[in-house]
Design a protein around this ligand. Structure first.
Ligand SMILES: [Ca+2]
Length: 167
């Protein structure tokens, strides 16, 4: 009987280990924000030049990058090397005007001349500080991440932060 109990105990422990390993396999703990502090440029500067693209990758949600008025403004981040990219989040500015951030193409590429779509956001944020998230196709690898407004005629692109979850 003692051996029977011991065998059950060992099986129970093995089961716990299996559950633990499975959880590790499906968790995303190894992803980091690979955009944080990286080089960023945007298609134009707001006339006061107070809102450079770097403000979209500085980890601060209360400031933001802001282009001048254009038809299809964009902001591009150079991650410094290729990363496997899982998810990209774009956070609207938190003081006003979240609707500036609408109808976005979110692209990834190994080269700025060869970017492909990770995801598209259709519509307009309804609240300040809104988070827009897109999940890239599973095999997405790239060094450059770009967001661009593709609808309308007079737009400004203003993002408080762009978070790129990758490894
Ligand atoms: Ca910021």
């Amino acid at each position: 009987m003692a051996n029977y109990m011991k065998m059950h105990f060992v099986m129970f422990v093995l089961l716990l280990i299996c559950i633990h390993e499975t959880k590790l396999a499906i968790s995303f703990n190894d992803l980091t924000n690979v955009a944080y502090g990286k080089l960023a440029i945007q298609s134009s500067e707001y006339p006061t030049r107070k809102y450079p693209a770097s403000k979209a990758v500085n980890g601060i949600l209360t400031d933001f990058a802001h282009t001048d008025e254009e038809k299809t403004p964009w902001l591009r981040i150079d991650l410094g090397r290729n990363y496997k990219i899982h998810e990209i989040e774009v956070i609207a500015r938190s003081n006003c005007c979240a609707d500036q951030l609408h109808d976005l193409d979110i692209k990834v590429g190994k080269s700025v001349h060869d970017m492909y779509l990770c995801g598209h956001y259709t519509g307009t944020p309804k609240v300040v500080g809104q988070r827009i998230a897109v999940w890239c196709p599973s095999d997405t690898v790239g060094r450059y991440v770009q967001i661009q407004i593709i609808m309308g005629w007079k737009n400004v692109l203003s993002a408080a932060e762009i978070i790129v979850w990758g490894r």
